[in-house]
Design a protein around this ligand. Sequence first.
Ligand SMILES: Nc1ncnc2c1ncn2[C@@H]1O[C@H](COP(=O)(O)OP(=O)(O)O)[C@@H](O)[C@H]1O
Ligand SMILES: [Mg+2]
Length: 297
Amino acid sequence: MDDAVENLASDLLDRRTTTHLTCLILGGPDTGKTTLITALAQTLARQTRVAVIDADIGQSHIGPPTTVGWAMADPNVGDLTRLPVRGLGFVGGLSPPGRLLPLMVTLNQAALEARDAAPIVLVDTGGYIQGPAARALWWNTQRMLNPGVVLAVQKETELAPVLSGLDPSSAVYRLQAAAACRTRSRQMRRQFRRQRLLAYFRHRQTCEVGVEDIAIQVVRPTERSPVPPEPGTALGLIDGDGRDLGIGVALPGSERRIRFLAPPLPSGHIHGVILSDARLGQALGLSIPSPEQEPHA
Ligand SMILES: Nc1ncnc2c1ncn2[C@@H]1O[C@H](COP(=O)(O)OP(=O)(O)O)[C@@H](O)[C@H]1O
Ligand SMILES: [Mg+2]
């Protein structure tokens, strides 16, 4: 693996144009994508500035679950969860179906910021590759990000339908998933997510905003009134410039006031709240039912 990573890293350096190189990794769950991106980031960071975007919203390594986050790679840090988060965008779910629009918008925003910060940008993704919506997601993502390189990691030929629709502007590297990759159970995924949430909300505090004082957006509109949000659901917190301040988790509130838990937020007034249906309450120890039944998460 070490030689393979070194070779790939030197290929990416060669392919970097005068401006930058974006490298997008695609593959099913548990094919070693994050392991490879981590090793590549660490190797490349010895030679140049490298940013990593984590677009896996279920098994998030950079930023909390439900978000796309990005960070600068560090040659001395071999674990993406330990890199300081430079930016995050709220997607409002633990898997892409039903959230392709916020996923693409937050990914685009992360790419704009990451490209300003580094000549090489590596984009890690979740394992959502099956079906027409997944094809639409990655085909449009290729058009949006224009990656010089796509790393396609497969156990067999499961990525063929996605790859067949990519345009020829990206060099596609087909890689065999390492036989040693461990398939993680639903329980292991949930446990990792819980750890990541607890880390993000370690210094949580209770906050409250008046419904009339803020703009409210809903990720997936439903029949019922969105306010107050269901206790335990994830909220995106937006400042007056439309930037994501962070995420919160709803507490029981009223029709006039939204109450939630949030970590200490960067300075900036909460101007907008995005209401989602992603349930995070149980992971934080709130006694609220948390049926996490989404596939691909
Ligand atoms: N080359 C490898 N050799 C041995 N184990 C690996 C290798 N790549 C990944 N793994 C293990 O397989 C599991 C899944 O890898 P991960 O990189 O998280 O996959 P993905 O990001 O595609 O879901 C992890 O437990 C990881 O440590
Ligand atoms: Mg991964």
